[in-house]
Write a protein that binds this ligand. Structure first.
Ligand code: ACO
Length: 336
């Protein structure tokens, strides 16, 4: 059995910054409410006339990750794309990346696990590499939320939280079993699917505005619904459990963590976990203040930014952890 190791990281954020003050011109909200509850100061939304899509943002992040990995795109054996906001209902964005990057006809898999999507995708990639099936895998998380959000006061409890963006990682085979991804841990509890959900049947976010033109304006099923307090309570429990599961599996302790990169759901959730595990500020990476919650893209964006800022060094113990709609949750333990 091999290990897998991340050798290249990239991110793409649209240029347009949407501040809390900007949101207050669209709906009845304010900077104090948003910051107090979520920690978010601003997020990126694609420009109205932009050609950015979930797939194209993923492609931009992937180009950087591939360049930094030092491998040739033709050496990529497999593509995994995690998103809850595909450009089309089908086919998913994985094949769009294969085409846009001109990668030979390798397999392309789409992962639909919302906020846990990147963790699920990394787990799949890791296991394909561990068994020797593939050597180099491109893993992407990308979301274009802004075109699918209810920008009226009706949607304010959800819409202020989410942002657009993409992150990508290139994984390769590692022969040293004490390096790279040490273990991954995945869970779900479909009983709570209804607590964080988009109910409308069979659609991609690209269709929302068109559908609504001919639709009952009071039909909220086309916008995400979230039972915020229920999600919060479950998130803090599941984040804690799955972080511990990863540490115990590897005979490690909380004090061994050099960097925890939680899915950027909500700064209050990350702070709760930090306090519970008595982690220092430098042991937890957060950038939700700048980007909002980018769902499947949040961990690869945060991981890339932490690496770009020199906060991840060879030999560090990293823990990635996510929780989200499904409910689904998971963790990844990495020796960098
Ligand atoms: N601006 C101003 N007021 C608002 C807004 C807003 N954007 N949204 C809701 N309100 C109002 C509500 O209407 C309500 O008013 P009322 O008391 O007059 O009825 C009041 O604020 C309180 O609303 P709650 O929904 O009870 O607010 P709460 O304190 O629970 O905060 C929040 C909401 C931030 C979503 C919180 O529940 C939370 O942090 N939940 C965790 C879920 C989460 O972070 N999800 C992230 C996405 S999912 C994921 O990544 C896992």
């Amino acid at each position: 059995m091999y290990n897998s190791r991340i050798i290249g990281l990239g991110k793409y954020l649209p240029d347009r910054i949407v501040t809390n003050a900007d949101l207050s011109t669209m709906m009845d909200t304010n900077d104090a409410w948003i910051q107090e509850r979520t920690g978010i100061q601003e997020r990126r939304w694609v420009k109205e006339d932009s050609s950015d899509t979930t797939a194209s943002m993923g492609v931009e992040a992937a180009k950087i990750a591939i360049e930094r990995s030092g491998i040739n795109k033709d050496d990529i054996d497999f593509i995994i794309f995690a998103t809850l906001s595909p450009d089309m209902y089908f086919p998913g964005p994985g094949v769009q990346v294969q085409h846009a990057l001109g990668i030979k006809t390798v397999g392309a898999l789409d992962v639909r696990n919302q906020c846990s999507g990147f963790v699920y995708a990394l787990s799949v990639a890791d296991n394909f590499i561990k068994t020797g099936m593939y050597k180099n895998i491109l893993v992407i998380g990308s979301e274009l939320h802004s075109k699918g959000l209810d920008r009226t006061t009706r949607g304010r409890g959800v819409s202020v939280i989410f942002g657009d963006g993409a992150g990508a990682a290139v994984l390769t085979r590692e022969e040293n079993n004490s390096k790279g991804i040490l273990s991954t841990h995945l869970h779900s509890e479909g009983e709570h699917a209804k607590e964080l959900v988009l109910l409308a049947p069979g659609m991609g976010t690209r269709w929302v505005n068109d559908i609504l033109k001919d639709n009952d304006p009071n039909d909220e099923s086309y916008f995400p619904y979230m039972n915020g307090q229920f999600v919060f309570k479950n998130a803090v429990v599941r984040f804690s459990e799955v972080i511990m599961e990863g540490l115990v599996k590897n005979g490690l302790e909380v004090s061994d963590i050099d960097m925890l990169i939680p899915h950027q759901a909500n700064l209050r959730i990350a702070q709760f976990i930090q306090k519970k595990f008595k982690l220092k500020d430098q042991q937890v990476f957060n950038n939700i203040q700048k980007y909002g919650n980018t769902t499947a893209a949040s961990i690869p964006i945060a991981l890339t930014e932490a690496w770009e800022e020199g906060k991840i060094k060879t030999g560090d113990l990293l823990v990635l952890a996510a929780f989200g709609s499904g409910f689904t949750w998971g963790s990844v333990v990495i020796r960098w």
